[in-house]
Structures are given as structure tokens and as C-alpha cells.
Design a protein around this ligand. Structure first.
Ligand code: NAG
Ligand code: NAG
Ligand code: NAG
Ligand code: NAG
Ligand code: NAG
Length: 733
């Protein structure tokens, strides 16, 4: 019943009424079998068992960051929930995978999926049932947002596909994935008190969009966020949990709280919360469920049917991922790395974006003398898991990820110096290291060398740690440690300067770009443990750079229309974040969304469009993710791409859609397709973009439906959001 649009609308008006029974997923959905097993198991459980399954045992009361109680009658274990989105936190045997933003920068869904698969394999081998990732919130509307790097991109289409690929990888390996943080959790400042007040269309088209992909990929769990939504805490908000997530998106899995994001016993239960994590606050207090939930059920403030629904959802996710047989016990000292570092290296490398390359200074040929400059060139407290830098809460030495709960220990760390020193030895080049940010030492090292490589950084993280005055969110968009001044000093001493940036997000590059001595800017992102190896792969051209920016680098911080809010945030910019704002306001960025150079050239030709799209609302029965027709292909676009340069390279061709004028005000162009082709010199290939019905819709607030507007849709295909090589259109009636 729930899985029809009609039922969803009916329930929307009476959100707490569950008709005394749990949801029934559509036949054919992988959830159907899982639900039937869960319902059989439910019948064997006592009230105490049920409450134990939905309530964490309390902070620091079990082996994992989150643990629930076992139920022996159904051989249900103490569930282990563990950070983080890039690997197993607090473990000594894990791989430190690249952050999400680096994975997105590859635009390579195979690598992103493999990353998810390896994360899943490591978690399973460590006995973790539920991994607390991937991240689609923050989406990254504000460049300064402290945790943007944990997720993928401020573009919801790109983030959505990255979420789905990651979840398929994790769950295919037998581990439950958690899409987080739901929803409108875009900054660290006041995150546990502020209210995010987005309008309904922005909520659907931007912030909920990638969560719909997650649900469509059958994600087991969704984590509600700390912030309030329209003044109501996200973990007790009926509209976003019950109406949007469970009814409109047809989410069959369970909603868990962020850690200590629960504020009520009854309201959260009635709003659609299914699991309390970690069950208490960080001092063992604030026990909202457990015995309090038992009392609420006994006094019928929370219907037993609602508790049964919570338990059914949690058990179904456990069956869905095959965890009811042969699941390993928990251990965080087992070596579970396998050869997963190949994925780290590939993503660290293929996520590198070449921003500038004057006179083709890169790839490096055979310099006889090289200066390597900056504190981020060598292993320091960040990279050596120093106790003085817990959760990587420092920016000392080479950088591989941001800080906070979204991190993991490094099993090893190859810093720029380590890899460049090896390379320099192998080609007989003399390497001079200046491993501080001291400008005169840097200039002196650079003087007289064939090339000077300067490594600069910017860092951010979760708000419970303050690093160099940045309480999670970044205070500004400057390079840290006076990185710009260091580059200027080196440029005064050497006219072949290569700037390498390891950063959580956009920084102001204007003074660096303006220096004629800076011949190359290598945007190396957050490469995790393979930092130096990935850099050498690109600097010496073992592989041509193929990453593209997943956010806009502006000429001025004031060109962005979003800020960290000191109080509540009304999301008044609506849909117009990142490149959508720059396009709409006619502002030229320094480096646009989707931009990235390579060591070869690609030409685009032969745009072909076929469409059988029809205007009108999506009316299919609701499947996980929304009405089923939203996920059906309605148009296909192909273009021919030729590598016209001299070396093998990969091109990320991007497709942007312009809506017809019959739609309400919409961004000038929105990413709705991409395809990454690897081509040898002279080779041609076909980029194919499959456009789903969803990709042509807007959220109609009045009818509460996804609607394809009638009229002519513009199609632009190119090498970035502004380097549009081919345009065409198709008409929908
Ligand atoms: C917040 O409230 C406004 C006004 O009632 C409404 O239009 C909007 O959809 C709400 N947003 C969310 C996220 O609930
Ligand atoms: C880690 O780095 C810190 C800071 O540079 C240093 O003091 C410490 O000795 C290092 N520890 C190891 C084990 O390398
Ligand atoms: C920077 O290095 C120079 C020598 O290259 C030294 O004289 C100076 O004291 C250093 N400055 C700082 C702040 O360490
Ligand atoms: C948000 O909107 C409300 C209601 O319109 C208004 O009272 C408030 O001042 C706005 N807040 C900000 C930070 O703009
Ligand atoms: C790409 O083409 C441009 C001119 O169109 C040329 O200047 C550049 O050298 C070419 N780059 C490569 C790597 O072939």
C-alpha cells in the first residue's frame, strides 16, 4: 500500500498512522525477501528484545562507536556500527581510503564503486555490520563548510551517482551502508542548534536528490542530522523523515540518529526515527529510548505497531545484506587491507586536477635539479597518526584528509618528499628540500634550480576540534600557513614554479595565478596515504591528469553567494549554489566546475540526441527512490570524442541540460550526464549519456509531484560547465 503514489499522498496528511502494520516493499525489490524474513523473526521477539534492537547500549559501552543489544531467539547479534566514510575509524589494520571529494574528482564511477566495495570488504572483515557512510550532506553549498570533503560535490547529480556507486559497492560486500547526514546539515557552526529553513523545491531538487539515489540503491540506513529543519530537530521532523524519506522516496530501511542528535522519546518515534545512537549522550545521560521507549509503548504514546515497524526495518536491512550467516566477530586490529591501496592510488592520482600548465612545463622531462618546498612535503603529525593529532585534528606536515569523525588511521603515508626523492634518484636529479614554510629558506632552496615545486594546503573538519583557529568550518579561503606568500617568495627566486595544492576545497588562487613564474598549478585535493605516489604519477606523466573540479574556484570569496550562518539559515539562494549561481549571476570564476587540463587534447563532434520524453508528472508506483518512472531512461545523447594529442589520456565529457521556459525559474544549466573515456593518441570513442525522466523534472510544490515541463530542452556537451563544445535540443510535449 505504501508503495503507491496515492497511498503516499494519503499518508502525508495523517503521517503517524501506520495502520498497525509494517511497510510491504514491492515484489521484485531485494527488500521483499528481507522483509518477509524480518516479519517472521519479529514474531519471536519480546518487547525488551525489540527495544534493545532499536536502542544503542550507550556511549563507550561496546566495541564499536555504536552498538545495540543482541536477540538470542533469532540469533541476532550485538550490531556493530562504526565510522567512517573513508575507512574503519579507530582501527590499526585498515586502509585509509581517499575522502569522498577526491573520489568524485575522478568522475569515474568504476573507481568510486570499487572504493565502496573495498570499504565494505574491510568493514566486514573487521566485523562491522553498519558503516557510517557515504555522505551526501553536507552537499557543500558553502565552500567554507568544515565537512564538505567527506561528501562528493555540491552538484546533486554527481553526488547522487557517487552515492549509489558507493552503496552498491559497500552492500555488495555484505555491509550495511548509511547515507548521512539527513538533512540540510551544511555547516559546523552551531550545528546542534541552528535551523535550516530551505523551501520545498530546494529541499527536493538539491539536498534530498542524492539521498533519493541512495534509497534507489537500496541503502540500509539513513542518519538524521544534528540541525533543526524549520525549527524542528531533524531526528524528530515528520516532514523530512516520514513524508519525504519514507513516503515519497519509499525508503524501506531504518533511520538512525547522528550521535546524540535525539531530543525526545515520543516525538522522534512518531516522526519516523528507528534507531537511537549511541543510545545516550557522551556522558551516559539523555536516555530517550531504552526503558523510556518501553514505557511509551506500554502507555500507548508510541503504538506497538510503530516499534514493530522500527524493528522490521532494522532486521530487514540485516537480512538484505546477508549478515544472518557467517558474519565475522568485531576486531579492529585485524589486518584487512588486502591490496586495496591500489584503489587509493588510482583515485588519489585520477582525482588530481591540472589547473594551469604554461608552455607544457608538465609532465616534467629530465630536470637535473629540483627544489621541493613547504611543510606539507614531509610526514608530520597529521600523517603519522600522532596522538597529538587525534582524528587528524592538525595540519602539520603532508595532508591527506580533513579532520574529525570522518577519518581513519593511515597504515602508512607516502609524502611528496618520499616519492619525489625516489623519482629524482632514479633520473639522477639533485633534489633540494626545504621542509618548512619559511619564505627565505624556500627562496634559497629554489634559487638556481631547474624547477621548484611548492606544496601548500588548506584544511577543515568537524567542529569538536579547532585547528589553527578554525572551529571545523574554515575561517577564510586562503591557503594555510601563508602558502601564497611562500609561493610568491619562491617565484621571486625561480621562474619554473609548480604549485601543488592539497586542500579540502576551493581556495583563493588569484595572487598565485597572477605570477608568470608559476607555470603549473596541480590541484591534488586530498589523496590520503598515497599522496606522494599519486603526485609523481602526474608530475612525470606516467598517467595524464584526468580529474575535473567538482566545485567552483572563484576569483574572490565574495563571488560565492553562500556564507557560514551565525544563526539560522534560510537557504535564500535556493537552487543557485556553486556553478549554478555563477552562471545565473553572470560571474566569471577563476576555474569553473568541471574544469581540468590534460597532457593531451580532445575534440568533440557528432552530437546525436534521441528522446521519447513526455511532459507531465511522474506517476509510477513508488519504489525505493521515488516513483518508478523517474528512474527510466527517456533520452540518449551521444558524442564522438577524439584524442588529438600525442599521449594516452582520459576525458570526462559532461552533459548539461537547460530547462524550457515553461518550467519555474531553474539554473541556466544543470549537470545531467557524464562519461569518462580513456583514449590512446589518435583514438576516437563515443561518450554516451543516458538521461532518466528524473533528470528532466522539477519538483512541483503545488501538486507535490516531480514534473517534466513541456517545451524545448537545451543540451550542451563539453569539457567543463563553461567549455561547452556541442549544443543541441529536443522538444517535449
Ligand atoms: C519550511 O517551512 C516552509 C513554510 O511553511 C515550507 O514551505 C518549507 O517546505 C519547509 N521546509 C522544510 C525543509 O520542511
Ligand atoms: C609524528 O610526528 C610528530 C610531529 O612531527 C613527531 O613529533 C613524532 O615523532 C612523529 N612520530 C612518529 C612515530 O613518526
Ligand atoms: C627562516 O629561515 C632563515 C634562513 O633561511 C632564518 O634566518 C630565519 O630565522 C627563518 N625564519 C623563521 C621565522 O624561522
Ligand atoms: C529567515 O526568515 C525569517 C522569516 O521570514 C526571518 O524572520 C529571519 O530574519 C530570516 N533569517 C535570516 C537569517 O535571514
Ligand atoms: C592542445 O592544443 C593546443 C592548441 O589547440 C596546443 O596549444 C596544445 O599544445 C595542445 N596540447 C597538447 C598536449 O597537445
Amino acid at each position: 500500500m505504501l508503495y503507491t503514489a496515492v497511498a503516499a499522498l494519503a499518508i502525508a496528511t495523517t503521517p503517524f498512522v501506520r495502520a498497525g502494520s509494517a511497510v510491504t516493499p514491492p515484489a521484485g525489490s531485494p527488500w521483499a525477501t528481507a522483509y518477509s524474513k524480518a516479519q517472521t523473526a519479529l514474531a519471536k521477539l519480546s518487547l525488551q528484545d525489540k527495544v534493545g534492537i532499536v536502542t544503542g547500549v550507550g556511549w563507550n559501552k561496546g566495541p564499536c562507536v555504536g552498538n545495540t543489544s543482541p536477540a538470542s531467539s533469532i540469533s541476532y547479534p550485538q550490531l556493530c556500527l562504526q565510522d567512517s566514510p573513508l575507512g574503519i575509524r579507530f582501527s590499526t589494520g585498515n586502509t585509509a581510503f581517499t575522502p569522498g571529494v577526491q573520489a568524485a574528482s575522478t568522475w569515474d564511477l568504476d573507481l568510486i564503486g570499487q572504493r565502496g566495495q573495498f570499504i565494505g570488504q574491510e568493514n566486514k572483515a573487521a566485523g562491522v555490520h553498519v558503516t557510517l557512510g557515504p555522505v551526501a550532506g553536507p552537499l557543500g553549498k558553502t565552500p567554507q563548510g568544515g565537512r564538505n570533503w567527506e561528501g562528493f560535490s555540491p552538484d546533486p547529480y554527481l553526488t547522487g551517482l557517487a552515492m549509489a556507486a558507493t552503496i552498491n559497492g559497500i552492500q555488495g560486500a555484505g555491509v550495511q551502508a548509511t547515507a548521512k547526514h539527513y538533512i540540510l546539515n551544511e555547516q559546523e557552526l552551531n550545528r546542534e542548534s541552528m535551523s535550516s529553513n530551505a523551501d520545498d523545491r530546494t529541499l527536493h531538487e538539491l539536498y534530498a536528490w542524492p539521498f533519493a539515489d541512495a534509497v534507489n540503491a537500496n541503502v540500509a540506513a539513513v542518519m538524521c542530522s544534528y540541525n533543526r529543519v524549520n525549527s524542528t530537530y531533524a531526528c524528530e521532523d515528520t516532514y523530512t523523515l516520514q513524508t519525504l524519506l519514507k513516503n515519497q522516496l519509499g525508503f524501506p530501511g531504518y533511520v538512525m540518529t547522528d550521535w546524540n542528535a535525539q531530543h525526545s522519546t515520543v516525538q522522534s518515534a512518531l516522526a519516523g526515527l528507528d534507531m537511537s545512537m549511541p543510545g545516550t549522550d557522551f556522558n551516559g545521560g539523555s536516555l530517550y529510548w531504552g526503558s523510556a521507549l518501553t514505557n511509551a509503548v506500554n502507555s500507548n504514546q508510541v503504538p506497538l505497531s510503530r516499534l514493530n515497524d522500527m524493528v522490521t526495518r532494522i532486521l530487514a536491512a540485516w537480512y538484505l545484506t546477508g549478515q544472518d550467516s557467517g558474519f565475522p566477530s568485531v576486531s579492529f586490529s585485524r589486518n584487512v587491507q588486502g591490496s586495496h591501496n591500489t584503489n587509493v592510488r588510482s583515485i588519489a592520482r585520477d582525482g588530481i586536477v591540472l589547473l594551469k600548465n604554461t608552455g607544457n612545463i608538465l609532465p616534467l622531462k629530465t630536470p637535473s635539479s629540483i627544489a621541493l618546498i613547504g611543510s606539507a612535503t614531509i610526514v608530520g603529525a597529521h600523517a603519522n597518526n600522532s596522538a597529538s593529532c587525534s582524528d587528524h585534528g592538525c595540519n602539520l606536515g603532508a595532508l591527506g584528509m580533513g579532520w574529525g569523525s570522518g577519518t581513519a588511521n593511515y597504515p602508512y603515508f607516502v609524502a611528496p618528499y618520499d616519492a619525489i626523492n625516489t623519482k629524482a634518484s632514479s633520473i639522477g636529479a639533485k633534489l633540494t628540500l626545504s621542509s618548512t614554510d619559511n619564505t627565505s629558506a624556500g627562496a634559497s632552496a629554489a634559487s638556481g634550480k631547474d624547477v621548484a615545486i611548492v606544496v601548500i594546503t588548506a584544511d577543515s573538519g568537524e567542529g569538536y576540534i579547532t585547528v589553527e583557529g578554525n572551529a571545523g568550518d574554515r575561517n577564510d579561503l586562503n591557503a594555510w600557513h601563508s602558502g601564497t606568500a611562500l609561493v610568491q617568495a619562491v617565484a621571486a627566486a625561480n621562474s619554473n614554479v609548480i604549485v601543488v595544492v592539497h586542500s579540502v576545497g576551493a581556495i583563493n588562487l588569484e595572487q598565485i595565478v597572477a605570477l608568470s613564474q608559476v607555470k603549473a598549478i596541480v590541484w591534488a585535493g586530498l589523496p590520503s596515504q598515497e599522496n606522494g605516489n599519486a603526485l609523481v604519477d602526474i608530475l612525470w606523466g606516467a598517467i595524464s591528469p584526468s580529474g575535473k573540479l567538482v566545485y567552483t574556484i572563484a576569483k574572490s570569496p565574495s563571488d560565492y553567494n553562500t556564507r557560514i550562518s551565525s544563526g539560522d539559515d534560510n537557504y535564500s539562494e535556493g537552487l543557485f549554489i556553486d556553478y549554478k549561481h555563477f552562471d545565473d549571476a553572470g560571474i566569471t570564476p577563476r576555474y569553473e566546475f568541471g574544469f581540468g587540463l590534460s597532457y593531451t587534447n580532445f575534440t568533440y563532434s557528432g552530437l546525436s540526441i534521441t528522446s521519447n520524453a513526455k511532459s507531465g508528472p511522474a506517476t509510477g508506483a513508488v519504489v525505493p527512490g521515488g516513483p518508478s518512472d523517474l528512474f527510466q531512461d527517456v533520452a540518449t545523447v551521444t558524442v564522438s570524442i577524439k584524442n588529438t594529442g600525442a599521449v594516452t589520456g582520459a576525458e570526462v565529457a559532461q552533459l548539461y541540460i537547460t530547462y524550457p521556459s515553461s518550467a519555474p525559474r531553474t539554473p541556466v544549466r544543470q549537470l545531467r550526464g557524464f562519461d569518462k573515456l580513456s583514449l590512446t593518441a589518435g583514438q576516437s570513442g563515443t561518450a554516451t549519456f543516458n538521461i532518466r525522466k528524473r533528470d528532466l523534472t522539477y519538483w512541483n510544490v503545488a501538486s507535490q509531484q516531480w514534473v517534466v515541463p513541456s517545451g524545448t530542452f537545451g543540451v550542451s556537451v563539453g569539457a567543463s560547465s563553461r567549455d561547452l563544445r556541442l549544443t543541441g535540443s529536443f522538444t517535449v510535449s
